[in-house]
Design a binder for this molecule. Structure first.
Ligand SMILES: NC(=O)c1ccc[n+]([C@@H]2O[C@H](COP(=O)([O-])OP(=O)(O)OC[C@H]3O[C@@H](n4cnc5c(N)ncnc54)[C@H](OP(=O)(O)O)[C@@H]3O)[C@@H](O)[C@H]2O)c1
Length: 264
């Protein structure tokens, strides 16, 4: 995600290379980053951070405790902290860094193509000017939506954060069905991917509701209706809804885990 942000900010000319500092722990990784020529690369978090205005926390949540000590020493009052770490609350970040100005965002992987969606929320200590700067930066990776309630970020994590994986899973199952029915994998793959793309645009441009679009394909007594009968008999809809709710619950559970351990 960190790399995606660096690339997107540069692509939209919101930040120039001289104003980007990329921190990579691993030396091989730092050398790879340096070759990409996105900005200055360093291997340690230190006082050099003071020359910059925004700190983006894009490490895995379980790695957050490993960066809190150096960050605490490097952070200055002018810094705006933007975290994309799943499950680590604003309060935990504030306490761990002894710093109030924190924004928390939940992006997703289509951000790499500028087609992501990011929900974000801010601590009450962040002013409107700082929120709008962060919103402009996040918007380089796709759409953004501000949420008043931080706890809804767990639902966002389950819905749009994990969402690309659900989509790829359905695509994979459909391709497997095509192959099982005798189609070449490349043919099945082309049919399914183009169907997904076309259906997405139809859904977005049609005046009909999603329910009506389903009805338009699933005519009475026809093939699609036969498929839906099996999905219903096997409780597909409640199972999918349950799966997403369980993902939300897991996000909440992980958040308790990280927030308790880093509060200690
Ligand atoms: N991937 C998603 O779909 C997604 C969606 C929403 C939010 N997020 C959140 O985004 C964050 C990053 O996820 P990701 O998928 O981008 O993970 P990732 O590819 O593993 O990136 C994490 C980066 O953090 C670096 N790092 C770890 N410890 C460090 C330290 N002490 N100092 C400096 N750098 C350090 C790692 O460097 P090395 O490679 O050198 O170890 C790695 O480059 C996570 O918190 C995740 O919850 C991810």
């Amino acid at each position: 995600m960190g790399l995606t942000y660096a690339r997107s900010f540069l692509q939209f000319n919101l930040v120039s290379r001289e104003h980007l500092l990329l921190v990579a722990k691993n030396e091989t990784h730092r050398k790879q980053l340096k070759k990409l020529n996105l900005g200055k690369t360093v291997s340690k978090i230190d006082k050099r951070l003071r020359e910059y205005g925004i700190i983006i926390l894009s490490v895995k949540p379980q790695d957050f405790p490993s960066i809190t000590e150096p960050l605490k020493k490097a952070i200055a009052p002018h810094h705006v902290v933007l975290s994309v770490m799943a499950g680590v609350t604003i309060e935990t970040i504030q306490k761990s860094l002894n710093h109030k100005i924190v924004i928390r965002a939940m992006p997703n992987t289509p951000a790499q193509l500028g087609m992501g969606v990011t929900a974000f929320t801010a601590s009450k200590d962040v002013n409107i000017h700082q929120v709008s700067i962060i919103e402009n930066l996040l918007s380089t990776t796709g759409r953004t939506i501000f949420l008043e309630k931080e706890n809804l970020l767990d639902a966002v994590t389950a819905l749009s954060g994990s969402g690309p994986a659900y989509f790829f899973y359905v695509v994979k199952c459909m391709i497997e069905a095509g192959v099982k029915m005798g189609l070449e994998e490349s043919v099945a793959s082309m049919l399914v991917k183009q169907t997904m793309l076309g259906s997405f645009h139809l859904m977005n441009q049609s005046p009909y509701s999603i329910e009506e679009l389903i009805q338009a394909v699933a005519s009475r007594g026809g093939t699609t209706e036969a498929a839906f009968k099996v999905l219903e008999e096997n409780h597909f809809e409640p199972t999918l809804i349950k799966a997403i709710e369980v993902a939300r619950d897991r996000a909440t559970e992980l958040s308790h885990l990280f927030n308790h351990s880093s509060d200690k």
